[in-house]
Design a protein around this ligand. Structure first.
Ligand SMILES: C[S@@+](CC[C@H](N)C(=O)[O-])C[C@H]1O[C@@H](n2cnc3c(N)ncnc32)[C@H](O)[C@@H]1O
Length: 278
């Protein structure tokens, strides 16, 4: 079957994806869409991209739409990726929270879980009396596929290859028998993290307590500036005064309108004097 994706069809998909998840597909992404959707068309025995578009955008198309979103988004992540944020959490934020012993952290594009589990491991290693703390790490993503992987807490051995043996021993259980070659995050780490599906494009988020820290790393790059600005304003509302925002190393808030205080590259703070508008 040779099916081509016309410019008009590409525009339709582009608009649908932008509307649903805020991801902007530029022209070079047309090739990517073609290569990723081709298999889907074959699996569903559809003869054109238009037929596929009609299916995802029509009534009852939600499940397939999720699959489409999975195909166009990048889920690349790692344990201890961009470690300055975990150092900052340990060295700057933890001492501030020591008197209250509470922490509310949101990993807002958590992908398959490496980021929120790294947060939990960092806290576990840094807090001697962790059982006396009230810690909640909310981890969310738009993709149910990566969220299922994340909540299983099970990873292939190669995912932890760059970590020290000590760290792996401390925070993972080794699989045996049919699970040989796999590792599972230990229960004392996993219980600090709760996963749920949240679309960052939603006007409000299902979060009640004020947050101390938001991780929003390596997802903003896929959004255009107005979408980034809207998201930063929402984050601002959900953070407590003095709360922190971490973004990815190839991202910046430099070109968008926001109220955060810049602390250092990729680290921002909600000023203490600003009252939350909730
Ligand atoms: C490259 S991963 C980043 C993972 C992790 N934060 C890190 O830096 O390693 C980007 C994630 O953003 C998610 N994503 C994309 N659009 C989203 C949206 N509108 N709402 C929530 N998550 C979204 C994708 O599903 C993907 O898992």
């Amino acid at each position: 079957m040779t099916t081509t994706l016309s410019d008009k069809e590409f525009e339709q998909f582009k608009y649908l994806i932008y509307q649903q998840v805020g991801i902007t597909l530029d022209a070079p992404k047309k090739t990517l869409l073609v290569s990723r959707l081709g298999k889907r068309l074959r699996d569903l025995q559809l003869s054109s991209y238009q037929a596929y578009y009609d299916r995802v955008s029509g009534e009852g198309g939600e499940e397939e739409l999720m699959k489409l979103l999975d195909l166009v988004s990048t889920n690349k992540t790692d344990f201890y990726r961009e470690p300055v944020h975990f150092d900052f959490l340990r060295e700057q934020i933890l001492p501030e929270m020591q008197p209250a012993k509470t922490l509310r952290i949101w990993s807002s594009a958590s992908s398959s879980g490496e980021e929120p589990y790294t947060i939990a491991m960092t806290l576990f290693d840094a807090i001697a009396d962790i059982n006396r703390w009230d810690i909640k790490i909310l981890a969310s993503d738009i993709s149910t596929r990566v969220l299922a992987k994340a909540s299983s807490g099970i990873y292939e051995e190669e995912r932890v290859r760059q970590l020290s043996n000590d760290l792996v021993k401390r925070h993972f259980l080794r699989g045996k028998g049919p699970q040989e070659g796999k590792l599972q995050v230990r229960p004392q780490i996993a219980r600090l993290v709760a996963f749920r599906r949240i679309n960052l494009m939603d006007p409000t988020f299902p979060i009640r307590s004020q947050l101390d820290v938001i991780f929003c790393r390596n997802v903003m790059i896929y959004f255009d500036r107005p979408t980034q600005a809207k998201l930063m304003n929402k984050f601002f509302r959900y953070l407590r005064p003095g709360g922190y925002l971490f973004i990815g190393h190839s991202e910046s808030l430099q070109w968008i309108d926001h109220q955060f205080r810049y602390l250092r590259p990729t680290i921002y703070q909600k000023p203490v004097s600003v009252k939350s508008e909730e």
